[in-house]
Write a protein that binds this ligand. Sequence first.
Ligand SMILES: Nc1ncnc2c1ncn2[C@@H]1O[C@H](COP(=O)(O)OP(=O)(O)OP(=O)(O)O)[C@@H](O)[C@H]1O
Ligand SMILES: [Mg+2]
Length: 456
Amino acid sequence: MSSDRIDAPAAAPILPPASIGIGARIKQFLPRTLEGRTFLIIVLPVVLAQFITVYIFFERHFSALSVELSRSVAGEVAMLIDETERDPAGRSQVFASAADTLDLEVEFEPDEHLVPDVRAHWNPLIEPILATALEERVARPFTIGAYGDDNWAEIRVQLADGVLDVRSPQRRLFSYTAFVFIGWVIGASLLLTWIAVLFMRNQVRPIRRLALAAENFGKGRDSMRLRPSGALEVRQAAAAFIVMRDRIRRQIGQRTEMLAGVSHDLRTPLTRMKLQLALLRKSEETEGLQADVVEMETMIDAYLAFARGEGGETPVRTDLAQSLRDVVGGLPGGDAVTLEIAGPIEIQVRPMAMKRCLGNLVGNALRYAKQVRVSASWHHHAVSIVIDDDGPGIPEESREDVFRPFFRLDPSRNVATGGVGLGLSIARDIAHVHGGEINLEDSPMGGLRVVLILPG
Ligand SMILES: Nc1ncnc2c1ncn2[C@@H]1O[C@H](COP(=O)(O)OP(=O)(O)OP(=O)(O)O)[C@@H](O)[C@H]1O
Ligand SMILES: [Mg+2]
């Protein structure tokens, strides 16, 4: 019999929480999902680019344009002042032509005095620019405010004999296109982001499906159908996964069939031998033979159990605490086992296979030690079952070997302890099928500590 075997793929090992460095701290703020990260990769540059564009636009274009507009209005105001002062009689004519040609409404209020302006600001963005331009061109006191609805700016200038009131429509001082531009920038980025998210979802979905299929297969729940879809690389990965899954299934199937066949075929002549031995007169030889036949039967049972390890069982929600109690109760010498289980521990498992796994582990402890302690608890979304004993333990260098089929440690090879050397192989097989793992450690009780971890 070959000891080469293909285990069902194990789930990712459960790692201890990493110590937190700077890199890890930055990572905490990064999205964990592919969708989130892709979103960040696409959206961050877009937002940054838009931000820079808008900033440069405002800094260069918008403020330069506003300065020019304000200067031209300020220049016209200065010209109107000149005209009014030069020829007070011709004022109304000048004002009329200003309304026609410059779009400015001008009035003169004789003997008025400028009062400090307490009105609401007309436009906090443009007002300071206009004020600077007026200071440059009109060397007189002035105020700026809103007129009518806010679409008009009113500039009042103190002259020697009254106040000149110039009202300019907003469009002469201010370019609306700037805000239309920002609107377009924001609108376009929102639209692009939305389209990117839609596309991204479609790209991530097949990856997620592949991950789920792999996870399910790892846990032995492979009822899911997987059809390669999505981008070329994802399709390739899915196709490779399907080929691998089929190969593993086929090999497991072949192994099971072969072992079952061999065991079955051996059982028939063994039964015959047992019958023939029973008919023979009892002697030392026949008793020895009988013991051998019994041992062979036990071995064949173990082979069959090994072959069935994969099992056609469907996983169901099971209380592991109860399974453990049943297993311990069913084992000869089970009284030596102390159970430490807080409450029910329900997870999805194949109940018969899981009982066999637990039976093998606790059975080993009982076989090789006197005192056994079993505890079960939740740890980071996984169940951990710890079996401690006070036996001879397993030396560090043999802890991998004992999982190999038919491997037994030398001191235990004597007939007294019995066994074929399949118990741990079967147990690990079952743990793997459930996406779990079995680790061997030193026990504080002096013997071996077996830790079975099962994802919840
Ligand atoms: N709790 C333990 N303490 C000390 N040695 C152990 C313990 N469990 C297992 N071993 C060692 O590991 C070997 C392999 O264990 P395994 O359960 O696979 O086979 P086995 O117990 O010999 O036979 P069986 O197939 O009947 O279980 C054992 O032969 C034994 O030497
Ligand atoms: Mg064993």
